[in-house]
Design a binder for this molecule. Structure first.
Ligand SMILES: CSCC[C@H](N)C(=O)N1CCC[C@H]1C(=O)O
Length: 347
Protein backbone atom coordinates (compact mmCIF):
# COMPACT_ATOMS: atom_id res chain seq x y z
CA UNK A 1 0.00 0.00 0.00
CA UNK A 2 2.57 2.58 -1.04
CA UNK A 3 0.15 5.51 -1.40
CA UNK A 4 -1.15 5.00 2.14
CA UNK A 5 2.40 4.93 3.49
CA UNK A 6 3.26 8.17 1.67
CA UNK A 7 0.06 9.81 2.92
CA UNK A 8 0.94 8.96 6.53
CA UNK A 9 4.43 10.36 6.06
CA UNK A 10 3.07 13.58 4.54
CA UNK A 11 0.77 13.98 7.54
CA UNK A 12 3.65 13.42 9.97
CA UNK A 13 2.17 10.35 11.65
CA UNK A 14 3.30 6.72 11.95
CA UNK A 15 -0.22 5.31 11.90
CA UNK A 16 -3.84 6.39 11.53
CA UNK A 17 -6.81 5.20 13.59
CA UNK A 18 -9.58 5.12 10.99
CA UNK A 19 -13.11 5.59 12.29
CA UNK A 20 -15.07 7.29 9.48
CA UNK A 21 -17.04 4.45 7.85
CA UNK A 22 -16.22 5.43 4.24
CA UNK A 23 -12.53 5.47 5.12
CA UNK A 24 -12.70 2.10 6.89
CA UNK A 25 -14.17 0.70 3.70
CA UNK A 26 -11.61 2.51 1.56
CA UNK A 27 -8.61 1.01 3.36
CA UNK A 28 -10.02 -2.48 4.04
CA UNK A 29 -12.77 -3.20 1.47
CA UNK A 30 -15.08 -4.27 4.33
CA UNK A 31 -18.67 -3.49 3.32
CA UNK A 32 -20.13 -3.02 6.82
CA UNK A 33 -17.75 -0.26 7.90
CA UNK A 34 -20.24 1.26 10.37
CA UNK A 35 -19.36 -1.73 12.55
CA UNK A 36 -15.64 -1.56 12.02
CA UNK A 37 -12.50 0.46 12.63
CA UNK A 38 -9.05 0.19 11.11
CA UNK A 39 -5.51 0.84 12.19
CA UNK A 40 -3.51 1.94 9.16
CA UNK A 41 0.28 1.72 9.23
CA UNK A 42 2.86 1.76 6.42
CA UNK A 43 2.75 -2.06 6.58
CA UNK A 44 -0.99 -2.22 5.88
CA UNK A 45 -4.34 -2.02 7.63
CA UNK A 46 -5.74 -4.05 10.50
CA UNK A 47 -9.54 -4.34 10.38
CA UNK A 48 -11.32 -4.42 13.72
CA UNK A 49 -14.86 -5.70 13.72
CA UNK A 50 -16.96 -8.06 15.80
CA UNK A 51 -18.05 -11.69 15.59
CA UNK A 52 -21.17 -10.91 13.58
CA UNK A 53 -18.82 -10.22 10.70
CA UNK A 54 -16.11 -12.89 11.07
CA UNK A 55 -16.95 -14.65 7.80
CA UNK A 56 -17.93 -11.49 5.92
CA UNK A 57 -14.67 -9.80 6.83
CA UNK A 58 -12.69 -12.86 5.75
CA UNK A 59 -14.49 -12.91 2.39
CA UNK A 60 -14.30 -9.19 1.68
CA UNK A 61 -11.03 -7.93 3.05
CA UNK A 62 -7.43 -8.79 2.47
CA UNK A 63 -6.48 -6.72 5.53
CA UNK A 64 -5.30 -8.41 8.70
CA UNK A 65 -8.34 -8.89 10.92
CA UNK A 66 -8.98 -8.86 14.64
CA UNK A 67 -12.47 -9.93 15.63
CA UNK A 68 -13.56 -8.59 19.02
CA UNK A 69 -15.49 -5.79 20.64
CA UNK A 70 -14.02 -2.84 22.49
CA UNK A 71 -12.15 -2.73 24.79
CA UNK A 72 -10.43 -5.88 23.47
CA UNK A 73 -9.91 -4.17 20.10
CA UNK A 74 -8.21 -1.18 21.69
CA UNK A 75 -6.08 -3.45 23.88
CA UNK A 76 -4.97 -5.35 20.78
CA UNK A 77 -4.16 -2.12 18.93
CA UNK A 78 -2.29 -0.79 21.99
CA UNK A 79 0.49 -3.27 21.27
CA UNK A 80 0.80 -1.95 17.71
CA UNK A 81 0.82 1.74 18.55
CA UNK A 82 3.27 1.72 21.45
CA UNK A 83 5.72 4.62 21.00
CA UNK A 84 4.08 5.77 17.75
CA UNK A 85 2.55 9.05 16.64
CA UNK A 86 -0.98 7.95 15.86
CA UNK A 87 -3.32 10.20 13.92
CA UNK A 88 -7.04 10.13 14.58
CA UNK A 89 -9.73 11.62 12.36
CA UNK A 90 -10.54 14.77 14.29
CA UNK A 91 -13.71 15.40 12.28
CA UNK A 92 -15.07 11.87 12.70
CA UNK A 93 -14.11 10.63 16.17
CA UNK A 94 -16.42 11.36 19.10
CA UNK A 95 -15.05 12.92 22.26
CA UNK A 96 -15.91 9.72 24.14
CA UNK A 97 -14.02 7.59 21.61
CA UNK A 98 -10.99 9.88 21.88
CA UNK A 99 -11.08 9.48 25.67
CA UNK A 100 -10.98 5.71 25.14
CA UNK A 101 -7.94 5.99 22.88
CA UNK A 102 -6.16 8.11 25.51
CA UNK A 103 -7.00 5.58 28.22
CA UNK A 104 -6.02 2.45 26.29
CA UNK A 105 -2.99 3.79 24.44
CA UNK A 106 -0.98 5.63 27.11
CA UNK A 107 2.25 4.93 25.22
CA UNK A 108 1.12 6.49 21.94
CA UNK A 109 1.12 10.15 20.98
CA UNK A 110 -2.32 10.98 19.63
CA UNK A 111 -2.38 13.54 16.82
CA UNK A 112 -5.56 15.16 15.45
CA UNK A 113 -5.63 14.94 11.67
CA UNK A 114 -8.05 15.81 8.89
CA UNK A 115 -8.23 14.76 5.28
CA UNK A 116 -5.45 12.15 5.09
CA UNK A 117 -7.64 9.58 3.34
CA UNK A 118 -10.13 12.09 1.93
CA UNK A 119 -7.27 13.56 -0.12
CA UNK A 120 -6.54 10.16 -1.65
CA UNK A 121 -10.24 9.59 -2.28
CA UNK A 122 -10.42 12.75 -4.43
CA UNK A 123 -8.96 10.88 -7.43
CA UNK A 124 -10.91 7.81 -8.39
CA UNK A 125 -9.33 4.66 -9.81
CA UNK A 126 -10.80 3.18 -13.01
CA UNK A 127 -12.52 0.58 -10.83
CA UNK A 128 -14.13 3.24 -8.64
CA UNK A 129 -15.22 5.21 -11.71
CA UNK A 130 -16.87 2.10 -13.12
CA UNK A 131 -18.89 1.63 -9.93
CA UNK A 132 -19.99 5.28 -9.96
CA UNK A 133 -20.90 4.88 -13.63
CA UNK A 134 -23.08 1.88 -12.76
CA UNK A 135 -24.74 3.78 -9.90
CA UNK A 136 -25.54 6.59 -12.32
CA UNK A 137 -26.81 4.18 -15.00
CA UNK A 138 -29.22 2.76 -12.42
CA UNK A 139 -30.44 6.25 -11.52
CA UNK A 140 -30.88 7.25 -15.19
CA UNK A 141 -32.83 4.10 -16.01
CA UNK A 142 -34.99 4.42 -12.89
CA UNK A 143 -35.75 8.05 -13.67
CA UNK A 144 -36.79 7.16 -17.22
CA UNK A 145 -39.07 4.41 -15.92
CA UNK A 146 -40.75 6.72 -13.41
CA UNK A 147 -40.90 9.89 -15.51
CA UNK A 148 -44.45 9.16 -16.79
CA UNK A 149 -45.68 9.08 -13.16
CA UNK A 150 -44.61 12.69 -12.56
CA UNK A 151 -47.93 14.29 -13.47
CA UNK A 152 -50.85 16.13 -11.95
CA UNK A 153 -52.48 14.11 -9.15
CA UNK A 154 -49.32 12.18 -8.24
CA UNK A 155 -48.10 12.26 -4.64
CA UNK A 156 -44.42 13.16 -4.14
CA UNK A 157 -43.84 10.20 -1.82
CA UNK A 158 -45.29 7.76 -4.37
CA UNK A 159 -42.79 9.02 -6.93
CA UNK A 160 -39.97 8.49 -4.43
CA UNK A 161 -41.23 4.98 -3.68
CA UNK A 162 -41.41 4.13 -7.40
CA UNK A 163 -37.87 5.38 -8.02
CA UNK A 164 -36.57 3.29 -5.13
CA UNK A 165 -38.23 0.18 -6.57
CA UNK A 166 -36.92 0.82 -10.07
CA UNK A 167 -33.44 1.33 -8.69
CA UNK A 168 -33.56 -1.90 -6.67
CA UNK A 169 -34.69 -3.85 -9.75
CA UNK A 170 -31.61 -2.56 -11.58
CA UNK A 171 -29.12 -3.53 -8.91
CA UNK A 172 -29.03 -0.60 -6.47
CA UNK A 173 -28.13 -1.62 -2.94
CA UNK A 174 -29.32 1.58 -1.34
CA UNK A 175 -29.80 5.27 -1.89
CA UNK A 176 -27.14 7.92 -2.03
CA UNK A 177 -29.38 10.25 0.03
CA UNK A 178 -33.01 10.81 0.95
CA UNK A 179 -34.64 11.58 -2.38
CA UNK A 180 -35.80 15.07 -3.12
CA UNK A 181 -39.15 15.27 -4.90
CA UNK A 182 -40.33 18.84 -4.47
CA UNK A 183 -43.20 20.23 -6.52
CA UNK A 184 -44.66 23.72 -6.75
CA UNK A 185 -43.72 26.03 -3.86
CA UNK A 186 -41.79 23.18 -2.23
CA UNK A 187 -39.30 23.52 -5.06
CA UNK A 188 -37.93 26.50 -3.14
CA UNK A 189 -36.53 24.02 -0.58
CA UNK A 190 -33.10 22.87 -1.84
CA UNK A 191 -33.48 19.75 0.35
CA UNK A 192 -37.24 19.33 -0.10
CA UNK A 193 -37.55 15.62 0.62
CA UNK A 194 -40.60 13.89 -0.86
CA UNK A 195 -43.77 14.75 1.07
CA UNK A 196 -47.48 13.89 0.93
CA UNK A 197 -48.12 16.82 -1.36
CA UNK A 198 -50.08 16.20 -4.57
CA UNK A 199 -48.58 17.59 -7.78
CA UNK A 200 -50.66 20.04 -9.77
CA UNK A 201 -50.73 21.36 -13.29
CA UNK A 202 -48.58 24.42 -13.87
CA UNK A 203 -45.80 23.35 -11.49
CA UNK A 204 -42.15 22.53 -11.75
CA UNK A 205 -40.98 19.47 -9.83
CA UNK A 206 -37.39 19.01 -8.67
CA UNK A 207 -36.29 15.37 -8.50
CA UNK A 208 -32.85 14.71 -6.97
CA UNK A 209 -31.86 11.05 -6.78
CA UNK A 210 -28.83 8.85 -6.35
CA UNK A 211 -28.21 5.12 -6.24
CA UNK A 212 -25.58 3.09 -4.41
CA UNK A 213 -23.76 0.44 -6.43
CA UNK A 214 -21.06 -1.65 -4.81
CA UNK A 215 -20.53 1.04 -2.18
CA UNK A 216 -20.26 3.95 -4.63
CA UNK A 217 -22.97 6.52 -5.21
CA UNK A 218 -24.41 8.72 -7.91
CA UNK A 219 -26.18 12.08 -7.67
CA UNK A 220 -28.38 13.77 -10.27
CA UNK A 221 -31.23 16.29 -10.37
CA UNK A 222 -33.79 17.01 -13.01
CA UNK A 223 -36.52 19.64 -12.84
CA UNK A 224 -39.56 18.78 -14.94
CA UNK A 225 -42.83 20.51 -15.64
CA UNK A 226 -46.33 19.29 -14.91
CA UNK A 227 -48.61 20.68 -17.61
CA UNK A 228 -47.89 24.17 -18.88
CA UNK A 229 -45.89 26.45 -16.59
CA UNK A 230 -45.75 30.23 -16.35
CA UNK A 231 -43.34 32.35 -18.38
CA UNK A 232 -41.53 33.26 -15.15
CA UNK A 233 -40.88 29.61 -14.22
CA UNK A 234 -39.69 28.98 -17.79
CA UNK A 235 -37.34 31.93 -17.55
CA UNK A 236 -35.86 30.66 -14.29
CA UNK A 237 -35.48 27.16 -15.68
CA UNK A 238 -33.57 28.36 -18.72
CA UNK A 239 -31.33 30.61 -16.63
CA UNK A 240 -30.34 27.65 -14.43
CA UNK A 241 -29.82 25.47 -17.50
CA UNK A 242 -27.58 28.10 -19.06
CA UNK A 243 -25.49 28.32 -15.89
CA UNK A 244 -25.27 24.55 -15.61
CA UNK A 245 -24.21 23.95 -19.19
CA UNK A 246 -21.65 26.75 -19.11
CA UNK A 247 -20.09 25.35 -15.94
CA UNK A 248 -19.93 21.84 -17.39
CA UNK A 249 -18.25 23.13 -20.55
CA UNK A 250 -15.57 24.77 -18.38
CA UNK A 251 -14.63 21.55 -16.54
CA UNK A 252 -11.08 20.44 -17.23
CA UNK A 253 -7.91 19.63 -15.27
CA UNK A 254 -6.24 22.68 -13.75
CA UNK A 255 -9.43 24.69 -13.35
CA UNK A 256 -10.07 26.08 -9.88
CA UNK A 257 -13.33 24.70 -8.48
CA UNK A 258 -14.11 28.14 -7.07
CA UNK A 259 -13.93 29.63 -10.57
CA UNK A 260 -16.60 27.23 -11.79
CA UNK A 261 -18.86 28.34 -8.95
CA UNK A 262 -18.23 31.98 -9.89
CA UNK A 263 -18.93 31.30 -13.55
CA UNK A 264 -22.34 29.75 -12.83
CA UNK A 265 -23.15 32.35 -10.16
CA UNK A 266 -22.35 35.24 -12.49
CA UNK A 267 -24.73 33.87 -15.11
CA UNK A 268 -27.52 33.53 -12.57
CA UNK A 269 -26.76 36.98 -11.21
CA UNK A 270 -27.09 38.32 -14.75
CA UNK A 271 -30.61 36.90 -14.77
CA UNK A 272 -31.38 38.50 -11.40
CA UNK A 273 -31.13 35.13 -9.64
CA UNK A 274 -27.81 35.45 -7.79
CA UNK A 275 -29.47 35.66 -4.38
CA UNK A 276 -31.71 32.71 -5.24
CA UNK A 277 -28.70 30.41 -5.81
CA UNK A 278 -28.43 29.47 -2.16
CA UNK A 279 -25.68 26.86 -2.19
CA UNK A 280 -22.40 25.93 -3.82
CA UNK A 281 -22.12 24.73 -7.41
CA UNK A 282 -21.30 21.14 -6.47
CA UNK A 283 -19.17 18.58 -4.72
CA UNK A 284 -17.24 15.38 -5.26
CA UNK A 285 -19.02 12.03 -5.25
CA UNK A 286 -17.65 8.58 -4.44
CA UNK A 287 -18.05 6.40 -1.37
CA UNK A 288 -19.99 9.38 0.07
CA UNK A 289 -22.48 11.62 -1.67
CA UNK A 290 -20.70 14.70 -0.38
CA UNK A 291 -16.92 14.49 -0.53
CA UNK A 292 -14.08 16.45 -2.07
CA UNK A 293 -13.47 18.43 -4.13
CA UNK A 294 -15.69 21.28 -3.00
CA UNK A 295 -17.08 23.51 -5.73
CA UNK A 296 -17.83 26.46 -3.48
CA UNK A 297 -16.64 29.99 -3.94
CA UNK A 298 -14.15 29.70 -1.08
CA UNK A 299 -12.69 26.36 -2.19
CA UNK A 300 -8.96 25.99 -2.85
CA UNK A 301 -9.51 22.75 -4.77
CA UNK A 302 -8.21 22.45 -8.32
CA UNK A 303 -9.72 19.89 -10.70
CA UNK A 304 -7.66 16.84 -11.64
CA UNK A 305 -8.31 13.87 -13.93
CA UNK A 306 -10.18 11.14 -12.09
CA UNK A 307 -12.29 13.45 -9.96
CA UNK A 308 -16.04 12.87 -10.12
CA UNK A 309 -18.07 15.98 -9.33
CA UNK A 310 -21.58 17.32 -9.49
CA UNK A 311 -22.48 20.52 -11.29
CA UNK A 312 -25.78 21.62 -9.76
CA UNK A 313 -26.78 25.25 -9.83
CA UNK A 314 -30.24 26.08 -8.57
CA UNK A 315 -32.60 28.97 -7.99
CA UNK A 316 -35.02 28.93 -5.06
CA UNK A 317 -37.81 31.47 -4.76
CA UNK A 318 -40.03 31.15 -1.68
CA UNK A 319 -43.70 31.31 -2.59
CA UNK A 320 -42.99 30.56 -6.24
CA UNK A 321 -40.90 27.41 -6.50
CA UNK A 322 -37.46 26.38 -7.58
CA UNK A 323 -35.23 24.81 -10.18
CA UNK A 324 -32.10 22.70 -9.83
CA UNK A 325 -30.34 20.89 -12.64
CA UNK A 326 -27.52 18.56 -11.67
CA UNK A 327 -25.21 16.37 -13.68
CA UNK A 328 -22.54 13.96 -12.56
CA UNK A 329 -19.29 14.77 -14.32
CA UNK A 330 -15.97 12.92 -14.59
CA UNK A 331 -12.88 15.09 -15.02
CA UNK A 332 -10.84 13.50 -17.82
CA UNK A 333 -7.27 14.10 -19.03
CA UNK A 334 -8.42 16.74 -21.50
CA UNK A 335 -11.80 17.88 -20.27
CA UNK A 336 -14.85 16.11 -18.95
CA UNK A 337 -17.35 13.34 -19.49
CA UNK A 338 -20.94 13.75 -18.31
CA UNK A 339 -21.90 10.46 -16.64
CA UNK A 340 -25.60 11.28 -16.17
CA UNK A 341 -27.63 10.75 -19.33
CA UNK A 342 -31.21 11.65 -18.35
CA UNK A 343 -32.59 14.20 -20.79
CA UNK A 344 -33.05 17.78 -19.68
CA UNK A 345 -36.54 18.32 -20.97
CA UNK A 346 -37.56 21.63 -22.46
CA UNK A 347 -39.81 23.53 -20.07
C1 LIG B 1 -29.84 15.43 0.71
S1 LIG B 1 -28.38 15.20 -0.14
C2 LIG B 1 -28.53 16.39 -1.41
C3 LIG B 1 -28.09 15.90 -2.72
C4 LIG B 1 -28.02 17.06 -3.67
N1 LIG B 1 -27.75 16.64 -5.00
C5 LIG B 1 -26.99 18.04 -3.21
O1 LIG B 1 -25.85 17.66 -3.06
N2 LIG B 1 -27.36 19.30 -3.01
C6 LIG B 1 -28.69 19.85 -3.15
C7 LIG B 1 -28.55 21.27 -2.72
C8 LIG B 1 -27.12 21.60 -2.85
C9 LIG B 1 -26.39 20.32 -2.67
C10 LIG B 1 -25.92 20.20 -1.24
O2 LIG B 1 -24.88 20.80 -0.94
O3 LIG B 1 -26.55 19.56 -0.41
Amino acid sequence: MPEFAAALTRAGVDALWVSRPENVRYVTGFTSPEDGKALLTPQGAVLYTDARYTEQARLESSAEQFIARPPATLEHAAERVRGLRVGFEADALTVAALDDLRRFWPDATLVPTTGILETLRLIKTPDEIERIRQAQRIADEAFAAVRPLIRAGAVERDIEFAIEGEMRKRGARGWAHGFIVAGGERGALPHGHASDRVLQDGELVTVDIGAVYDGYVSDMTRTVRVGEVSAELRRIYHAVLEAEEAAIRAVRPGVRAADLDTLARDILTGHGLGEAFAHSLGHGVGLAVHEGPSLRGTSDDVLEPGMVITIEPGAYLPGLGGVRIEDLVLVTEDGYEVLSTSPKEPV
